[in-house]
Design a protein around this ligand. Structure first.
Ligand code: KG4
Ligand code: ZN
Length: 337
């Protein structure tokens, strides 16, 4: 079965053809980074407009690069949630129209589950595992037991981890995209130059939840010290100190979740997993097998959508044409003692 996967949840306009949920025949990603750069962040209105302009050629390229014709496609999968609603609607509406005209099945899939499916395109992985999804829009720690079975253990109660990187970088004018700039500067900085608190969300329902808005505010409150040159290499030091605090917040929850669930495998995905400190810490978890997909499959792409879409369509599961886009994470929470 050859599935076309379409992804437009944020600022990547992507399409891919994947055979039998495994073999990537094409993977086209048109990034809008340069067009959002002047605004120091993704502008939702610009993102959705660009998707409408780009989607036809992105899908056409993905079909051409796979060496196929549209009629060879067995089904159309598309991200339906979560993400920027205007952006999601472009991909979703396009996918519906295409599936309808080709008289092929259509399935709307969850972006978070798809991110955690991405490493399956490169290797064989056994369930269950702890899913650690860290991107510009989402921070989700979950117990994954099947391709579509995900119990959300923890998530952010305010900003996503990548969002905090982006906002701190914007405030201190460190560069865009923020995460990449901070990672680069942090290599030259002293991570103990500034100390930041970890919000104490450690009890009850919030045991595995993270919060980044407090950290962001604490970093912003260092502006005077930063300006007064309290330390040399202020930019490098603020980047290194923030990065360490941001990674610590996440890793503390990851370690706790691993201990409580007894899981011995971690699958990580999302743009922030490109961060050198986070990668190092995840790969150094003792007694744990850590799986991180290659960079192209860490960030938003259509292959992960086509890949997971195959498993639904193979089981005869399709979506209704009344399906609409949603900004929210579809969460099924399970409490661990
Ligand atoms: O998964 P992704 O490409 O898009 C979303 O679904 O959000 O993630 C983008 C996020 C941005 O916040 C970006 O700053 C962050 O990933 N990012 C990084 C690094 N590279 C990208 N954050 C920290 N360190 C990096 N090296
Ligand atoms: Zn994503």
């Amino acid at each position: 079965m050859k599935i076309l996967g379409i992804e437009t949840s944020c600022d990547e306009c992507a399409a891919s053809v994947v055979e039998d949920g495994k073999k990537v025949l094409s993977n086209v990603v048109a990034t809008q980074i340069e067009l959002h750069k002047p605004h120091n962040g993704v502008v939702p209105e610009i993102a959705s407009r660009l998707h409408t302009e780009w989607i036809i050629s992105v899908v056409r390229d993905s079909i051409d690069q796979a060496g196929l014709n549209l009629k060879d496609i067995d089904g159309v999968a598309v991200t339906s949630r979560p993400g920027l609603v205007g952006s999601l609607l472009v991909g979703l509406s396009f996918a519906k129209g295409l599936a309808l005209s080709l008289e092929k099945p259509f399935i709307g899939v969850d972006h978070i589950r798809a991110h955690l499916y991405a490493p399956y395109l490169e290797q064989t992985i056994e369930y269950p595992y702890l899913g650690v999804l860290v991107s510009g829009g989402h921070t989700v720690i979950s117990r994954v037991t099947e391709f579509d079975e995900m119990e959300v253990l923890g998530t952010t109660i305010d900003d996503a981890c990548g969002e905090a990187f982006d906002k701190v970088a914007k405030f201190y004018e460190l560069g865009y995209p923020g995460g990449v700039a901070i990672d680069r500067l942090a290599k030259e900085g002293d991570s103990s130059a500034f100390t930041f608190p970890d919000p104490s969300l450690h009890k009850g329902d919030h045991k595995y939840d993270v919060s980044y808005s407090g950290l962001k505010t604490a970093v912003v409150n260092q502006l005077d010290r930063f300006r007064n040159g309290a330390a040399e290499k202020s930019k490098e030091n603020i980047a290194a100190s923030f990065q360490k605090a941001a990674v610590d917040i996440l890793m503390r929850r990851v370690r706790r979740a691993l201990k409580d669930t007894g899981l011995t495998r971690v699958v990580a995905g999302g743009g922030v997993v490109a961060n050198s400190l986070l990668r190092k810490e995840l790969l150094e978890l003792k007694g744990i097998e850590t799986i991180i997909p290659s960079m192209l499959l860490c960030t938003d792409n259509g292959a992960m959508i086509a890949g997971i879409g195959y498993h639904y369509l193979k089981r005869g599961i399709t979506s209704d044409y009344s399906m609409t886009a949603s900004a929210r994470v579809q969460a099924f929470r399970k409490k661990y003692p």
